[in-house]
Design a protein around this ligand. Sequence first.
Ligand SMILES: Cc1ncc(COP(=O)(O)O)c(C=O)c1O
Length: 507
Amino acid sequence: MQATTAIPILLCKRLSTSKFVGARRSKVLTYDSINSHVKKVEYAVRGELAIRAEKIKEKLAKNEDLGFEAVVNCNIGNPQQLMQRPITFFRQVAALTEYPDLLSPENQDHVKALFPSDAIERARKLLKQIGSVGAYSHSQGVPHIRQDVAKFIEERDGYPSDMNNIFLTQGASSGVQSVLQLIITHPDVGVMIPIPQYPLYSATLSLFNARAVPYYLNEDDDWSLDIDQLTSSLANGRSKGCEVRALVIINPGNPTGQCLTERNMREIIEFCYNERIVLLADEVYQTNIYRPSERPFHSFKKILRSMGSKYEDFELFSFHSISKGMIGECGRRGGYYECTGIDREVVGQLYKLASVSLCPNVQGQIMVDLMVKPPKRGDPSHELYQKELKGIYASLKRRSEKLSGLFNSLDGVTCNDAKGSMYLFPRIRLPPKAIEAAREAGKQPDEFYCLAMLDATGVCVVPGSGFGQKDGTWHFRSTFLPPEELFDGFCANLKKFHQEFLSKYRD
Ligand SMILES: Cc1ncc(COP(=O)(O)O)c(C=O)c1O
């Protein structure tokens, strides 16, 4: 008792002699005193445009007349925010695992009336392995689920996969960050990233104080990846004193929507092998493939293993996620990465790193299990699962074609169509007057165009500068996720905006 009363007295004494009495104390944490690497981080996907979009939403909620009824968030690949329905089986299992009393004998009749038997069975099986979804799991992820992931990879690729090399994660992002943290040993470490790129990479490199070594994708050839470009980018990085340790490939691409050919993938592996570079393969869009016969998805793991024993020790990290594909469960934060050819002690360090955060969230892990092991033929839920999956896929493909068709019909705009992923990255050629007006407003021309689009239509996209682009070119990234029933209206609004913007700034 004495000790506890002593503390306030001591504190009072200190405050009473402090020069801050009556005045506000200065903050320990100010913009100037926080970690400077945090301040360097840029993430345009949720940048100025997205912040302005939130303000517009507030105005619309107060019934202000802005000439449109809603903000359409095409700035982020967030399917369920734009009304994509979750896969029924996945949510059934998630619901049952979340509230296990539903599985008790006294609720059996009600539950059987509401849930198919395979959802009930799967929930029971998962709970048997997991215990409670409210408990921490193994830091690397529930072993049973990792086993299912390994099986999925084996079936996908035709080569063995070991559950001990698989880490379940809070989305692909946290896996990428763990691996980059491990790779970056000093400020001159360079990581090769595509331009345009998904800004997780540039942001994480800023955060961990490493250097991005950009390589450019070729817009004139469907955003292809040219090995000569990798070679010159590497030489350039090395000439600037970078120790280049890793190469990031996003396949299918974000924001560019391309899908690599098998031949190109072999060349990339060979390049990394010869240059002693670790490969990070971001494969989160592996099921968003819209020309499967012409441009099928191949995993880097499969191509690597098909290249024979010379490449046995090749170092590869492959990332996947529940956020994309036809699943779109971004908010649940689930994913995994597989380590191929990574030294056991290094895997051990990754495990230690994972254990600092205890474990990835368990519902996210459950969703990973459902992604890699969906209802199979003959299961009660198979037909509905297939119907939902195919319905979403076909609609995404239609919407991607419609939107690229629209962009290509606009004056001064060209757009490669999407072979994969959820985005289009049209190039816009703006009149000199618009570029001048942007300069006067202190904005990049593409940012200026996107802000005008948001104000006129409520459609929020991301300026190309947020992903990187060749100097002197301007782009923006849009998802093609708005609901199909609203898609024609959405396209018409964009067309009208573009025409009005051009006539306003035409010479
Ligand atoms: C290429 C790429 N990698 C990773 C991510 C992050 O995904 P997750 O939600 O799994 O963290 C995204 C998200 O848009 C992405 O586009």
